[in-house]
Design a protein around this ligand. Structure first.
Ligand SMILES: Cc1cc2nc3c(=O)[nH]c(=O)nc-3n(C[C@H](O)[C@H](O)[C@H](O)COP(=O)(O)OP(=O)(O)OC[C@H]3O[C@@H](n4cnc5c(N)ncnc54)[C@H](O)[C@@H]3O)c2cc1C
Length: 438
């Protein structure tokens, strides 16, 4: 039987997956969450992004099944559409509708509340796990010399403050994480942070559409391009309604009034989007979300850090949501924590942050590299970033007729393969041959 106790701050995707991992190594695991958590799947205040289209990347589904066996099968049984990563998704990339073909890589398209609800009910049922919902985190407690975090102070709905002692505290409170401030309070330095500002705006609306509105596809993903910096996603959800999410960057945000929403959709470079929502019946009002910047906190570069504290999920790194990476990277970080704890008890913050940094490197490169293709996005463009951004539109153009190139690209964005593979000589040759033919 494992012994000791751990506390997870935040009960969203990163916090729940962390609790799942910690329950293997600690006898008592408490998840502290400000919201009163629903028993089933429902929208909640602490996760406002749940009202917008959420794609679970292919790699994310695999890791979730490793941590919670049978999860994706249960989600499909609960009605979530599923299909092939290339055969079931209508991708518009650099303005090109790339060739679709089944590649044997399954993906599922649950709503965010369904996915989180299923993860939550499984984690809640784990032995030793307790969820203290309806509790606000006040601050950390520390040893007299302030070198070790010893627990967390929380406030319940009645305003009563109490302390939960713990051998390990993991911060999974998302983008608003206060660990940098707590570090200063304890006499440590804040981590530096890399930021790539994109000023992304989301607006989403539910629609009633015919069952076959998307044909044999389960998802439409129209990515923005330099020429058309507007994108859209449309998917059917488990309750039968369709969710339409429109996105724009650098201040070009989709409006939330119904006419403005429709007008904005006309600027998305895939006409299917405007047509489908013109023909659909709206079920609610559009809701908006604003996302200013990709942020990566560089905890792995710190030379001093308290014992008994770790950070995971968006609290460590949050990505432009358009690339759909956040939940998958949180799952990959939880898997890295699991490997770390198998070798190190108590955990070594230095080694943990270094291993998680390796997990984040590729998705960070994919998201910020793609954002830096837009001249209005400020940031350092390495020679590699410029080369890749010049090359990808050619690869996408070639992928209109060459499903092996579409497959290679969507496997990279699904975090199944490393981005470097797109520059393999045989793929370069296919892209060049296609460019010359055109
Ligand atoms: C518009 C949008 C669309 C997105 N689309 C996708 C997508 O398609 N695919 C994908 O994989 N990811 C997507 N993401 C990212 C994804 O939602 C996150 O990466 C994911 O939820 C993991 O985040 P997290 O658990 O670290 O933090 P969060 O989900 O932000 O959760 C933080 C939790 O901490 C709790 N909390 C915060 N402060 C306190 C406090 N003081 N006391 C107690 N509790 C507290 C909150 O209530 C919340 O439950 C999207 C994000 C946005 C904004």
């Amino acid at each position: 039987m494992p012994d000791g106790s751990a506390v997870v701050l935040g009960g969203s995707m990163a916090g729940l997956l962390t609790a799942r991992v910690l329950s293997e190594f600690y006898g008592r695991v408490t998840v502290v969450e400000r919201d009163e958590l629903p028993t089933g799947s429902a929208q909640r205040r602490g996760v406002p992004q749940g009202r917008h289209l959420h794609a679970l990347l292919a790699r994310g589904g695999e890791v979730l099944d490793e941590l919670l066996p049978g999860l994706t099968a249960d989600i499909i049984a609960a009605g979530a559409p599923s299909g092939d990563l290339l055969g079931g998704v209508r991708w518009l990339l650099s303005g090109h509708r790339v060739r679709q073909a089944d590649i044997g890589q399954p993906v599922l398209f649950p709503s965010r509340p369904l996915l989180e609800g299923q993860v939550r009910s499984r984690v809640r049922a784990l032995p030793g796990v307790r969820v203290a919902d309806g509790h606000d985190i006040v601050d950390l407690t520390a040893s007299a010399d302030r070198a070790t975090v010893t627990g967390v102070r929380v406030r319940d709905a009645a305003g009563l403050v109490s302390t939960i002692p713990a051998d390990l505290v993991v911060d999974a409170t998302g983008r608003g994480s206060r660990t940098p401030t707590w570090l200063e309070d304890l006499g440590f330095s804040r981590p530096t942070a890399d930021r790539v500002r994109t000023d992304v705006g989301y607006a989403s609306r539910g629609y009633d559409m015919p069952d076959d509105a998307l044909g044999t596809d389960q998802l439409i993903l129209a990515n923005w391009t330099r020429q058309h910096p507007r994108g859209a996603g449309i998917a059917r959800q488990e309750d039968g309604r369709y969710i339409v999410t429109l996105v724009g960057m650098l201040g070009d945000h989709p409006p939330t009034d119904p006419d403005g929403f429709l007008d904005f959709a006309a600027g998305v470079p895939l006409p299917d989007v405007h047509r489908l929502i013109s023909e659909g019946k709206p079920l609610d009002d559009p809701v908006a979300f604003r996302y200013p910047a990709n942020i990566r906190h560089r905890y792995e570069r710190l030379t001093r850090f308290p014992e008994g504290l770790l950070v995971l999920g968006d609290a460590m790194c949050s990505f432009n949501p358009v690339y759909g990476q956040g939940m998958t990277v949180a799952a990959l970080q939880a898997a890295a924590l699991r490997r770390h704890l198998a070798d190190h008890r108590p955990p070594s913050w230095r080694r943990y942050f270094k291993s998680v940094a390796r997990v984040i490197d590729a998705p960070w490169q994919i998201a910020t590299g793609a954002d830096l293709a837009f001249p209005g996005v400020q940031g350092h463009r390495s020679a590699k970033t410029r080369l890749v951004n010049a090359y990808l539109p050619h690869l996408h153009a070639a992928a209109v007729h060459d499903a092996s190139l579409s497959a290679a690209f969507v496997r990279v964005t699904g975090l199944l393969d490393r981005p470097e593979g797109l520059l393999r000589p045989d793929r370069l040759f296919r892209v060049l041959r296609s460019a010359l033919t055109r």
